[in-house]
Design a protein around this ligand. Structure first.
Ligand code: NDP
Ligand code: OXD
Length: 311
């Protein structure tokens, strides 16, 4: 009798129970195993993964495709031993809506001068602050992919003037479009809030640096893509120089952020633990299963990453 295809759930640093609760009842046309109880390694056809150690996949000699539960695949693509098979990433409303909500929350926080009121409260001072209308504020979004476009729409819906920057022009209703390195300065000029929603690639590594900050005048940074986008040693000098007025950082070069890192204690910096958008098993689990069933049926996979482009 022909054996069923075997899928291995091998997500590191993730609570497996939430996922297995969703995946197990859907595992009808395939057998589901959970790392490290992989059984006969040669039988594994597909892997559902997050943050595996480099070299992890080399042991699975019959592996046919890899399914990431995350949107960003930089850590997979940086593995020099990644096998030459399709890698599918996650596109899901838990990420798109979750990220848009997070960025909107932070944009409103800065727009309505909440950091200033926090300072006044600490000093028991009573000073009303008059702020412009949202439509007089420009929010610039670097990266107009799945998350960037969803975020642009929600932030625009709240009344802000929104700009998007990407490699190719990505039109979104009511959003001013900028593309390519040539238009980066024009995109940044006048932004009150700059959001980084780029993937981490060779071209975007270190893009949030002193040169970029020097184009800004008292702006706020919302860094939610990947930690290495930011040249960390350039941030506090840019705050001191007034190019930046504050920063929301969700991602860091080293995660968890080391307890002695200067960012923790700087009142101009707001930190969240890489949690601006978390994949929900309830919505994303069925998507992964559908994609695995496509692979089993010999159909082209959805959301396959372009390995040459790096995202
Ligand atoms: P997409 O692949 O859908 O979009 C990427 C966007 O970035 C595209 O618009 C692309 O341009 C643009 N881009 C890529 N390289 C460049 C470049 N060199 N210059 C200008 N623009 C560039 O990604 P997603 O929107 O799904 O996700 C974006 C990133 O968000 C992920 O890679 C991940 O790192 C991060 N993320 C963070 C989370 C968190 O919790 N903090 C959660 C989920 C994701 P073009 O359209 O022209 O191709
Ligand atoms: C992702 C993430 O890439 O959570 O999905 O960072």
């Amino acid at each position: 009798m022909k054996r069923q295809p075997v899928v291995l759930f091998a997500c590191f640093g993730v609570k497996a129970e939430r996922w297995l609760h969703v995946l197990t009842p859907l595992a009808v046309a395939f057998e589901l195993r959970t790392w490290p109880a992989a059984g006969d390694i040669g039988e594994i056809d597909y892997i559902i993964t997050w943050a595996p150690p480099h070299g992890f996949f080399t042991q699975f000699v019959n592996l046919k495709a890899i399914f990431s539960i995350g949107a960003g695949v930089d850590s997979l693509l940086l593995d020099p031993a990644l096998p030459d098979i399709p890698v599918a990433r996650m596109i899901d409303e838990s990420l798109t809506v979750g990220m848009a909500e997070f960025v909107l929350t932070q944009a409103l926080h800065y727009h309505r001068a909440i950091p200033t009121y926090q300072q006044y409260q600490a000093q028991r001072e009573w000073h009303p602050v008059s702020v412009p209308l949202a439509r007089e504020r420009i929010v610039g979004i670097m990266g107009m992919g799945e998350l960037g476009r969803a975020t642009a729409s929600m932030v625009r819906g709240a009344g802000f003037k929104v700009r998007g920057w990407s490699r190719q022009a990505r039109p979104v209703d009511g959003v001013d479009t900028f593309a390519g390195t040539d238009q980066l300065d024009a995109f940044l000029n006048g932004c009150m809030i700059v959001v980084c929603l780029l993937p981490l690639t060779a071209a975007t590594h270190g893009i949030l640096n002193r040169t970029l900050f020097s184009r800004l005048n008292g702006a706020y940074l919302i860094s939610v893509g990947r930690g290495p986008h930011l040249v960390e040693e350039d941030l506090i000098p840019a705050l001191d120089a007034g190019h930046l007025a504050g920063a929301t950082l969700d991602v860091f070069v080293t995660e968890p952020l080391p307890s002695d890192h200067p960012f923790w204690v700087d009142p101009r910096i707001f930190i969240t633990p890489h949690a601006s958008a978390l994949t929900h098993a309830t919505t994303a689990g069925p998507k992964i299963v559908d994609n695995i069933l496509r692979a089993i049926a010999g159909k082209p996979l959805l959301d396959v990453v372009d390995r040459a482009e790096g995202y």
